[in-house]
Design a protein around this ligand. Structure first.
Ligand SMILES: [Zn+2]
Length: 221
């Protein structure tokens, strides 16, 4: 990623977004306030200012002015990178299931609080044994669930499949006891160790994500 850092002084670093542009009028207005440039494209604000300064030989040394502190520059770049990363994450055509658990990049840090297992990551990624996923890749003749429902989605498996009604009833009790309505948004689970552990327990006990036939925990009505 190409960025240009512009500062009005030591304490007020400002970042131009990648691929941003700067008119000559804006460059004149910035004058001597820009001190630090990083790798950038030929029409980036830094290059526009560099050319402006080159045409003004009496301007003096732009680097004689105070640079923003390293910590401020690091913080400013970190903020920008997070914004760009999050924008890409939100608009990505991939990772739809993972995005339901982690709507924003920063929320993925919640995962570090929890003990995870292989089946947990199958669940979070959506790459699992559920027929809705298997059918997409031709590994299952139908997306239908063994209970008869026409699409074995993650939501069906977790919240309404009668094959696992006893298990998700326990999950439901845990969710509701945490003052969250049923069925919850998937992003609620990583926020709480109690909910995440309950979800993990459900997945492990159901054995549905182990590429085996699910163990029936109740009679199909
Ligand atoms: Zn089902």
């Amino acid at each position: 990623m190409h960025c240009t850092l512009q500062s009005q002084g030591k304490d007020t670093p400002t970042l131009f977004q990648p691929a941003s542009s700067l008119s000559l009028t804006e460059a004149h207005a910035l004058g001597q306030s820009c001190q630090l440039f990083l790798a950038c494209h030929s029409s980036s604000p830094g290059c526009v200012l560099a050319r402006l300064w080159a045409d003004q030989p009496t301007r003096g040394d732009p680097y004689a002015e105070a640079l923003p502190s390293k910590s401020l520059a690091t913080k400013a770049f970190s903020t920008l990178l997070s914004e760009v990363w999050n924008k890409e994450w939100i608009s990505s055509p991939n990772g739809a299931t993972t995005r339901m658990f982690f709507p924003e990049v920063a929320s993925a840090a919640l995962l570090l609080r929890h003990r995870s297992y292989a089946v947990t990551f199958q669940l979070l990624s959506g790459h699992c044994a559920l027929n809705s996923h298997q059918h997409r890749f031709g590994f299952s003749a139908s997306p239908a669930c063994l209970c008869g429902y026409n699409n074995e989605t993650l939501a069906h498996y977790l919240f309404s499949c009668p094959l696992f009604s006893l298990l998700w009833q326990n999950l439901k009790d845990t969710v509701v006891s945490n003052y969250i309505s049923w069925p919850p948004s998937l992003c609620e689970f990583p926020k709480s160790s109690v909910l995440f552990n309950a979800l993990t327990l459900f997945v492990k006990k159901s054995k549905r994500l182990m590429f085996n036939r699910p163990q029936r925990t109740s009679r199909v009505p």
